[in-house]
Write a protein that binds this ligand. Structure first.
Ligand code: NAD
Length: 468
């Protein structure tokens, strides 16, 4: 593993050489063969299946995530993404015939997806395997070579991914390079053809700046404060159940988790009671001992989150244990927009509740903030749902549920504004890692005289007549 603190000359050289070797390999055109790509995808599927146990153990060691949660939120998604790519690859990669404009007739026009080249994927820790490997599936499908830099915060997952992937793949095609900020920084100095970053917005800016040096296209999968609206006509029991699931799965360390609740004043007390019932039902009255409740990734995040719990506002939970980085599912009531907990993405099991009377004011408040990654609306009213959806820009969202839209590979996944740019999953991932090349074949049988000088008034009249 490459040093986390100070990058050594040897590590620097490894990074440089890997990028250079991948460039040479990409230029052999080997990755452009569809059979090759499908073979690599199959290999990836096999190697992950074979090492499933090791991956579960590593993720558990990182932050106590159960096998079930790891399957539904990490490996299960990877398996279905790989299988989909293997099946659809011939169709996705096919050149598409499109029409030609009048100036180019007679001619035949095509759009042909081509791989970018050498891609860098920088992963984060909250779903350490899925968020590093899912983009790699799309990058392989599109015919690129890939360097994956997993997050050092989930160090066990990073180590296992490096071991299993680096032993299965030729490093000139795919290599996992482990390390922290210094390794990331060194990688970002290299000339990539595409960079795909998942993580916080402040590092997103660093990535984009570094990419700009080489005019390298970037995808930024970032976070933000995702609101959940609960309106007076919502099915409160179902809303509480689905919010409890989406907020507290993975210990609240989910980019698409509802960050805070915006609720109509008259239903707030009833909703809070339902929410408490649901939390106890799924995690028991002592979540610290629940196998299904994930701990906080490290002490730094534990301390950060502990400070966000305003003791005067806790109406449920609030317990913490620094020995095991445990923070209980916590509900904060009577929260205002200026409270500390509303100033940053929570990314933990703390759920602030803001009550409102007037929907206009609350929509305005949300719009004053950065565009969220996700937004959830619990209501039966088409009018209100359409209004919120039309007025507020967000990456993606759901009506009457939380987070699971992420798993629908027919929907593009990605943020907007401060929550990111670009998207992936399914065909969208293939498109993200492909350049759409235009190609127009012309016939030699005919050449219009009007395109050549001298440019006369009568020629202009003809051109106008043709184009307008
Ligand atoms: P992190 O600390 O793991 O950082 C992410 C990656 O960036 C790591 O690989 C890290 O090594 C690298 N990095 C960190 N600092 C760097 C620097 N100065 N220069 C270059 N590289 C650097 O993750 P995080 O930022 O704590 O992640 C949490 C955030 O990620 C949250 O905001 C969350 O919402 C977001 N997130 C988004 C998605 C999504 O798909 N949109 C998914 C998961 C998490």
């Amino acid at each position: 593993m490459i040093s986390k603190e100070n990058i050594t000359e040897e590590s620097r050289l490894t990074i440089k050489n890997t990028v250079a070797n991948q460039k040479v390999y990409f230029n052999t055109n080997a990755t452009k063969d569809i059979k090759f790509r499908r073979l690599q995808l199959q290999k990836l599927l096999n190697i992950i299946k074979l090492n499933e146990g090791l991956l579960y153990e590593a993720i558990y060691e990182d932050f106590g995530k159960s096998e079930f949660v790891s399957y539904i939120t990490e490996l299960g998604l990877i398996y279905s993404e790989i299988k989909l790519a293997i099946k659809k690859l011939p169709k996705w990669s096919k050149r598409r015939k499109v029409g030609s404009d009048i100036a180019n007739l007679p001619g035949r026009s095509f759009i042909e997806p081509e791989p970018f080249g050498v891609c860098l994927i920088i992963g984060t820790w909250n779903y350490p395997v899925q968020l590093s490997i899912l983009p790699a599936v799309s990058a392989i499908a599109a015919g690129n070579t890939i360097i994956i830099k997993p997050s050092e915060l989930a160090s066990n997952s990073s180590k296992v991914m490096a071991e299993i992937l680096n032993s299965a793949f030729d490093e000139q095609f795919l290599k996992v390079i482990e390390g922290g900020v210094d390794v990331s920084t060194e990688l970002l100095k290299q000339k990539f053809d595409k960079i795909f970053y998942t993580g916080g917005s402040s590092v997103g800016k660093i990535v984009m700046k570094a990419a700009a040096e080489n005019l390298c296209p970037v995808v930024l999968e970032l976070g933000g404060k995702s609101p959940a609206f609960v309106l007076e006509d919502a099915n409160l029991k179902m809303a509480a159940k689905r919010i409890a699931f989406g907020k507290f799965i993975n210990g609240g360390q989910t980019c698409v988790a509802p960050d805070y609740i915006l609720i109509k004043k008259e239903i707030k007390s009833k909703f809070i009671e339902e929410l408490k019932t649901q939390i106890i039902k799924i995690y028991s009255s002592n979540p610290a001992e629940s196998e299904s409740f994930t701990k906080i990734i490290n002490e730094r995040h534990f301390q950060r989150l502990s400070k966000l719990i305003d003791r005067d506002k806790v109406v449920f939970g609030g317990d913490t244990d620094s020995d095991i980085n445990y923070i209980a599912p916590t509900i904060l009531d009577h929260v205002g927009w200026d409270d500390g907990v509303m100033q940053e993405e929570i990314f933990g099991p703390i759920l602030p509740i803001i009550e409102f009377d007037n929907i206009d004011k609350v929509i305005k408040k949300v719009k004053e903030r950065n565009k969220p990654l996700s937004l959830y609306i619990f209501s039966k009213s088409k009018k209100v749902i359409n209004r919120i959806n039309m007025e507020i820009s967000f990456g993606g969202g759901m009506v009457n549920d939380t987070i699971s839209y992420f798993a629908n590979e027919k929907l593009p996944f990605g943020g907007v504004g401060y929550s990111g740019m670009g998207n992936y999953h399914g065909k969208f991932g293939f498109d993200t890692f492909s350049h759409n090349k235009s190609l127009l074949y012309k016939t030699n049988l005919f050449e219009p005289f009007i395109k050549y000088p001298p440019y006369t008034k009568s020629k202009l009249r003809i051109v106008r007549w043709l184009l307008e």
